[in-house]
Design a protein around this ligand. Structure first.
Ligand SMILES: [Zn+2]
Length: 197
């Protein structure tokens, strides 16, 4: 499944000469917790990337704050379907629609795509490339969606595996919001700097 050609089209980690750089990514928003996520990130002066389901994006969501405060918005498709189960044309329409909705509301070009469930195939890569985007995966999963009752394990999943240029998968969930300040603190103590792509 994994080949060199694909490797060049999919971002699994930051491509940077600078050491100690890492990226926080938040999928599945914009959620009702978005403002509070932005508060935490602003308090810590940390930029992040948000991959949004465009069906959840309304004008009233604080998308302007996201951009003003230095974060990036990418697409996580329109309806969060498993793309590998769809033919090329449907994958293309999910991605195109999503990109257009986010761009219409925010006025900013969407350059990055995070596939729902982390699932993609050759058709996905072709659609992403035709739309002028890059596909962004991760190399550290926090498993935050699975740890509502044990949020401290989310912290461990990140801090025990962190390395230079890591891209960390998180979600706009309540349990993630709870541990975010301590995760950022831990990572700063280890000397890491946060960036976006
Ligand atoms: Zn998702």
């Amino acid at each position: 499944m994994y080949n060199f050609r694909e490797e060049k089209r999919v971002i699994h980690q930051l491509n940077s000469n600078e050491k100690k750089q890492i990226l926080l990514t938040f999928d599945d928003g914009p959620s009702k917790y978005l403002d509070r996520f932005l508060d935490v990130l602003a308090n810590e002066n940390v930029p992040a990337m948000f991959f949004w389901q465009s069906r959840l994006l309304h004008y009233k969501r604080p998308w302007q704050r996201v951009l003003t405060e230095g974060h990036k918005i990418g697409t996580h498709s329109h309806r969060h379907l498993n793309l590998v189960k769809l033919p090329f044309e449907q994958q293309m329409s999910e991605l195109k629609k999503s990109k257009e909705i986010i761009e219409r509301i925010t006025g900013q070009e969407v350059k990055f795509f995070r596939p729902p469930f982390g699932q993609y195939n050759e058709d996905t890569l072709e659609a992403v490339s035709q739309l002028g985007m890059k596909l962004v995966m991760w190399n550290i999963s926090s498993y935050d969606w699975n740890l509502k009752s044990e949020p401290e394990i989310i912290t461990n999943n990140i801090t025990e595996h962190i390395q230079d240029h890591s891209i960390i998968l998180l979600h706009e969930l309540e349990q993630t919001l709870t541990i975010l300040p301590s995760v950022i603190k831990h990572l700063k103590e280890k000397g890491y700097h946060f960036t976006t792509i």
